[in-house]
Design a protein around this ligand. Structure first.
Ligand SMILES: Nc1ncnc2c1ncn2[C@@H]1O[C@H](COP(=O)(O)OP(=O)(O)OP(=O)(O)O)[C@@H](O)[C@H]1O
Length: 479
């Protein structure tokens, strides 16, 4: 049987399912083929159960269609494929084996013990001083924002899966999915969820050692430890935690020494059944200048995208934030802000704060008219810059084609792709409806616009250059 059968199968699945589903459940599967049998390895039980429930029938059908004669048998297991037919890079044998609870607890205790200065660092005053310095610096940074909890996090379609996985991890750290890799654009709640897990772990077990830090801090601490000749203390500290939460790991790019150090820390924590949560602005495989072996490990647990919230979720977030800060905001006003500010939750919060401060100082009630006045500059900037016309000009100029080409009936790839990009930007950045956008692109049907939007979302997942172009357009057009 062809060793490429699974790769072929994946090609079909990629087209059939939305990219988030594909990336979360199907892409991490690794295949091993023996005689007339194909075994799919899932990184953990959660993925295995989900694939068995939702995708196995379709995979069987595809195998039947792709093979002449008797289709291969299909089995699903947890683990890592050893043969070359895996879709991921071949991985060494270290894998996140599930441990018994006693095993996990005893390791944890010994890890915690290792961080207590009285037991670990009593060999020489100098060494003790160094380790105190290293630990002090790290502990200072490892505080968790106590307001980032599951209670204050608004669930919506865009973050449902990420939230569900985070809740499970908080209930069962170290054994549900490890690592949890959350990725997506800025200000969409990745850090919030990560802290929510940390806060929940500590709530359940106040003695748990949960360390949160930004990846740049990890690098800075490592450099400091190297300067102080205290790299062993640094290693010991990180390997002694119950949960390690690292934000924005894309900043490890190009920092080879830090990647190397993190690689060993990662392996030690995984073997010890200690939980890791990582966030990043992109899918692991798309991080440039990062070692392959690290990227591959990032995907061993569960990789979930956090997407920009849709309108209803933006409204719900605003209402929740207003409630938390005792701001009187009715749904009409929340809706008004949510319609105008679409980019991310951080910006949404910023707009609400501005409106609330104005209402507080002037004693006025918050209404859409009042909001329009308060956010005048911000909205004028958005409205002035983001018109379909402007989008078309910017996109055409960038791809060195004419605006007339975007509006024409031409269907060559060099025109259709920029046209799809421009349509998708128009949907995302303006308040125009799909039919209006279709009209503005040479009288096209609204289904064509919808198709373009879906296509661009998918392409951003699979094609880093499109993703980069698109993100650049978003930035250029909105700032
Ligand atoms: N679903 C949500 N419910 C409530 N608040 C949210 C939600 N999503 C994001 N926020 C809020 O938006 C702000 C930005 O979120 P956060 O810092 O977690 O973003 P991020 O995805 O980590 O971004 P970055 O990559 O820039 O660090 C925070 O104040 C957070 O509480």
């Amino acid at each position: 049987m062809s060793q490429n059968l699974w790769a072929e199968c994946l090609e079909y699945l990629k087209d059939e399912f939305p990219s988030q589903q594909f990336n979360t459940w199907l892409r991490p599967l690794q295949a091993e083929t023996k005689e007339n049998e194909i075994c799919l390895y899932a990184p953990n039980k959660f993925v295995l159960d989900w694939v068995s429930e939702k995708y196995v029938d379709r995979i069987k059908e595809l195998l039947k269609d792709l093979v002449d004669g008797q289709p291969p048998g299909l089995s699903l297991k947890i683990g890592t494929a050893t043969s070359s037919s895996s879709n991921e890079a071949a991985q060494p044998s270290l894998k996140p084996t599930k441990q018994s609870k006693t095993d996990y607890d005893s390791r944890r205790q010994s890890a915690q013990g290792a961080t207590q200065p009285s037991r670990s660092y009593n060999d020489s005053p100098d060494k003790k001083k160094r380790s105190v310095e290293v630990e002090g610096s790290i502990k200072h940074q490892s505080f968790l924002n106590s307001s980032f909890t599951f209670d204050t996090f608004v669930e919506g379609k865009s973050n449902q899966l990420a939230r569900a996985a985070s809740v499970q991890i908080a209930e069962n750290p170290g054994s549900a999915y490890n690592p949890l890799f959350l990725y997506g654009g800025v200000g969409l709640g990745k850090t919030h969820l990560m802290h929510a897990v940390g806060n929940e772990i500590i709530k359940k077990n106040p003695k748990a050692k949960v360390v949160y830090l930004h990846s740049e801090r990890f690098v800075a601490d490592m450099v400091k430890a190297l300067q102080l000749n205290a790299i062993n203390e640094f290693k010991r500290f990180y390997r002694s935690v119950d949960a390690l939460l690292i934000d924005d790991i894309q900043f490890f790019a190009r920092k080879e020494r830090s990647q190397e150090e993190f690689f060993h820390t990662f392996n030690a924590l995984l073997e010890g059944g200690q939980q890791m949560i990582l966030t990043c602005d992109r899918y692991p495989k798309e991080i440039d200048n990062m070692e392959e072996r690290l990227k591959s490990r990032f995907g061993w647990g569960l990789t979930v995208m956090v997407e920009p919230p849709e309108l209803e979720t933006r409204v719900a977030i605003l209402m929740k934030k207003a409630e938390q800060t005792n701001v009187r905001l009715n749904s009409e006003s929340a809706f008004f802000i949510a319609q105008k500010i679409r980019s991310n939750v951080r910006e949404l919060e910023g707009a609400l704060k501005l409106v609330a401060a104005n209402a507080h100082f002037t004693g006025q009630e918050i209404t859409p008219a009042f909001i329009r006045e308060c956010l005048k500059d911000l909205l004028a900037l958005h409205e002035k810059q983001v018109s379909i016309d402007n989008i078309q000009r910017t996109v055409a100029e960038y791809y060195k084609i004419k605006v007339a080409d975007l509006l024409s009936k031409r269907r060559t790839r060099s025109i259709t792709r920029p046209r799809q990009v421009a349509m998708s930007l128009s949907k995302e950045l303006t308040n125009h409806s799909l039919p209006e956008i279709g009209d503005a692109f040479g009288g096209r049907d609204h289904t064509t616009v919808l198709h373009a939007c879906k296509k661009i979302v998918e392409l951003q997942e699979t094609d880093p250059s499109i993703r980069e172009d698109y993100q650049n357009f978003l930035r250029t057009l909105t700032t």
